[in-house]
Design a binder for this molecule. Structure first.
Ligand code: SAM
Length: 245
């Protein structure tokens, strides 16, 4: 699961016993060598699915980490892209990342902003917002603030898009792995302060959809070409496309 360049077990343990913000500060230099960074195949398929919904002038990557989603925005937005995250370590790593430059004349400006996703400091500034691999860091009760902040950050008609995994079949290895992970996290958070919030099983489509609608979005689930298949042949993930109406 981890390459030799990735964190050691000891480093992971120290990170997991820290707060979310501090944990990511510590993990940042090695984050791109962990399975927690969103894989390129998901980023590429997302970009392809969003291309037909553009054009986009400006984009926001919420919880950008080391910048995985910034490449998606860079390929879709003409004028300005912004990555927002509350970990200074992750933002520093993102700033160091050199992405392949797009053709001359089409390059958007790039900025990184330290911000808590539960209180995003933007108003009617973007046509497109994305987020990858971060919604599990918010308790269901906190998601309303995240969705409201993204809604506020978008211009009318703007799109908030993110991949959502199909729920694993009950009894599959993945099902038990995620159940086990969340159970360990819950025990850890009862016994240890500060908490590290990361739960995989709190992001069911039904609740996500309801939360987005409550924030003022219209919501569609878009199939993605090339999405990995589950053993029964159904797609392993799809794209939530929420539009500020
Ligand atoms: C698993 S990483 C994902 C990073 C990147 N989006 C990716 O897909 O590779 C989660 C990121 O969410 C950020 N994060 C978690 N809670 C946050 C919050 N309340 N506000 C801002 N960023 C947050 C972390 O600092 C971390 O960079």
């Amino acid at each position: 699961m981890f390459t030799p360049e990735g964190p050691t077990l000891r480093e992971l343990t120290v990170q997991a016993l820290s707060s979310v913000e501090r944990g990511y500060d510590l993990l940042a230099p090695k984050f791109d060598h962990t399975p927690f960074r969103t894989p390129d195949r998901i980023l590429d398929a997302t970009a392809e699915a969003l291309r037909g919904l553009g054009p986009f002038a400006s984009g926001l990557d919420v919880c950008c980490g080391t910048g995985a989603g910034m490449g998606v925005l860079r390929s879709l937005c003409r004028e300005r892209i912004v990555g927002a995250d509350f970990s200074t370590g992750m933002l520093a790593a993102a700033r160091r990342t050199v992405a392949t430059p797009p053709p001359p004349g089409t390059e958007p400006t790039v900025a990184y902003v330290r911000a808590d996703a539960r209180a995003l400091p933007f108003a009617s500034a973007f046509d497109l917002a994305v987020t990858f691999g971060a919604l599990g860091h918010f308790l269901p009760a906190e998601r309303a603030a995240v969705f409201a902040g993204v809604h506020r950050a978008l211009r009318p008609g703007g799109i908030f898009a993110f991949p959502i995994a199909a729920p694993p079949s009950p009894g599959s290895v993945l099902y038990w792995t995620l159940l086990g992970f969340d159970a360990v996290m819950r025990v850890r958070n009862v016994l240890w302060r500060p908490p590290f919030v990361m739960y995989y099983r709190t992001c069911a489509l039904r609740e996500i959809r309801a939360g987005l609608r409550a924030a003022g979005f219209t919501v569609a689930l878009e199939p993605v070409r090339g999405a990995a298949r589950r053993p029964d042949g159904s797609p392993g993930w799809a794209l939530v496309v929420a539009r500020r109406s």
